[in-house]
Design a protein around this ligand. Sequence first.
Ligand SMILES: Nc1ncnc2c1ncn2[C@@H]1O[C@H](COP(=O)(O)OP(=O)(O)OP(=O)(O)O)[C@@H](O)[C@H]1O
Length: 233
Amino acid sequence: MPVLEMVGLCKHYNDVPALNDLTLRIEEGEVYCLLGQNGAGKTTTIHLILGFLEASSGSCSINGIPVQVNRTESRKEVAYIPEIVQLYGQLSGLENLDFFSRLAGLKYPQAELSAFLSKAGLQKDAHTKRLATYSKGMRQKVGIAIALAKNAKLIVMDEPTSGLDPKATAEFTELCKKLSAEGTTIFMATHDIFNAVSLGTRIGIMKEGKLVHELSTKTINAEALQQLYLETI
Ligand SMILES: Nc1ncnc2c1ncn2[C@@H]1O[C@H](COP(=O)(O)OP(=O)(O)OP(=O)(O)O)[C@@H](O)[C@H]1O
């Protein structure tokens, strides 16, 4: 069974089509990178996966759970890392992780919370510092630690490398590769063609709400992908 399955998924805002007949099956451990211009429909796709929006037609399931029918159960399977991870600035990384784990109905001892933060790549001396002092990359690591604490089978990310410096991007890429090797499935919307090729297992190019290209990263390099992207959009 695919971890994420969308079949004939459509979304119209009044008469404006934002997503048109998206069919996609993503298996365990895949890293799927969705590319497309502003307004192509990437965020709409993500919001449908997360159950933030009602589909106009078609279906979306996470681990076989239909999102539109059973939103509460499907949300347990997925963690969302938005472009800017919203956390409490006055709380430390550890306290934020504890708070959001409890919101998901999970209570961990301090040592386990700390282990999630370390696995997400956050340096030990930062665990007890206030979030307000964190860089964007550090906030993202707390977001990933929350996904680990939730034991999410699917992590959905919106433009995760935008605004990250090259070192933070490289750390992020390594972490995602490690998670994917352990069986976590990742679906991300991105503008970062280079990162999509180095991290992704599959790439989709979306234009005006339609998935117009689907490629395996085994068959394309960054230069060829950039060329195809520019010809497509
Ligand atoms: N709430 C809304 N009401 C009306 N139209 C909307 C709404 N949200 C998005 N749209 C339209 O739907 C289309 C797809 O938008 P979407 O935000 O999904 O694109 P995107 O690929 O995520 O773009 P970006 O890279 O800027 O985030 C666009 O034409 C957009 O103007």
